[in-house]
Write a protein that binds this ligand. Structure first.
Ligand code: G1P
Length: 289
């Protein structure tokens, strides 16, 4: 039986050093693309895939992430008094169901695998999604919903994958590929950040996962991998052979918002999707190219 997917873990403990000084006193996941913070894109995408319960793996200085999804009583009262209906409406996606967000702290930055292990009590015996808010995907059907479609078809573990240039395999988790129907790819091996010459393919994982709870027991071994960190990819690799494991070539465009260029490109791409902005943005872009 395939269990319903209701839970998502959002690892948000990173320091955001690539965006200093912007991230000195605020969380990098609060940086906006157009007018919405990265964390809200992730939460909305998760909701669209049926997720009801969220666990943010946070760290020091990340309280704004939790505040963002709370009721802002004074703000809302003021907006109502001034009859600012549009502003009020814009707050809707930023409010969560009561009790739907919990947090745990990752006290030391030992790696993504360790961050996910920190959420073990939340995960329990259920399948769960992971969304890395740095990875933003512009798609007609939200990326995690595409993964969930595949999960309900096949069961087991499912990760979002995309082809990357060979010389970039050392930035990603890379798949060893079995059967491949063009959309669904059987995963026969996983390696974190291999050098191009050691990479078994150029098919990389992006920050969307649906995993079975058994991955936690492998993360608990706390084995150090690439960069001397506890890698999620290494924990997942242990599931291969024990459980089903597929990659999904999702439809859509991914922006690495953990990087300045990716972040800037996302601003443009997302602004061009907004009916009220598209004409003005096209207009001024002409001045720069
Ligand atoms: C993490 C994962 C990696 C994955 C990537 C996607 O790496 O470890 O397997 O391909 O996210 O963005 P990081 O970007 O944290 O170095």
């Amino acid at each position: 039986m395939i269990k319903k997917l209701r839970k998502a873990v959002l690892p948000v403990a990173g320091l955001g050093t690539r965006f200093l000084p912007a991230t000195k006193a605020t969380a990098k996941e609060m940086l906006p693309v157009v007018d919405k913070p990265l964390i809200q894109y992730a939460v909305e995408e998760a909701r669209a895939a049926g997720i009801e319960q969220f666990c943010m793996v946070t760290g020091r200085g990340k309280t704004a992430l939790v505040e963002h999804f709370d009721v802002a009583y004074e703000l809302e009262a003021t907006l109502r008094e001034r009859d600012k209906q549009d502003a009020l409406a814009s707050l809707r996606g930023a409010q969560s169901e009561p009790g739907s967000i919990t947090t745990v702290r990752q006290q030391v930055p030992l790696g993504l695998g360790h961050a996910i292990w920190c959420a073990r009590a939340f995960v329990g015996d259920d399948p769960f999604a992971i969304l890395l808010p740095d990875d933003l995907v512009l798609a007609d059907r939200p990326c995690l919903a595409q993964l969930a479609d595949a999960y309900y078809e096949t069961g087991g573990n499912v990760v979002a994958v995309t082809e990357v240039p060979r010389e970039q395999t050392n930035r990603y988790g890379i798949l060893k590929v079995g059967k491949d129907d063009g959309r669904l790819v059987e995963v026969t091996g996983l390696i974190e950040k291999p050098a191009p010459k050691d990479a078994p393919s150029n098919l990389s994982i992006i920050g969307r996962y649906i995993l079975m709870p058994e991955v936690i027991k492998y993360l608990a071994l706390m084995e150090r991998g690439a960069g001397n960190e506890v890698q999620l990819t290494d924990g997942m690799a242990r599931l291969i052979g024990e459980q089903r494991f597929h990659g999904v070539r999702y439809e859509g465009r991914r922006f690495d918002c953990g990087d300045k260029i990716g972040f800037l490109e996302a601003q443009i791409a997302f602004a061009l999707k907004r009916p009220e902005l598209v004409v003005a943005v096209r207009g001024f872009l002409n001045n720069y190219v």
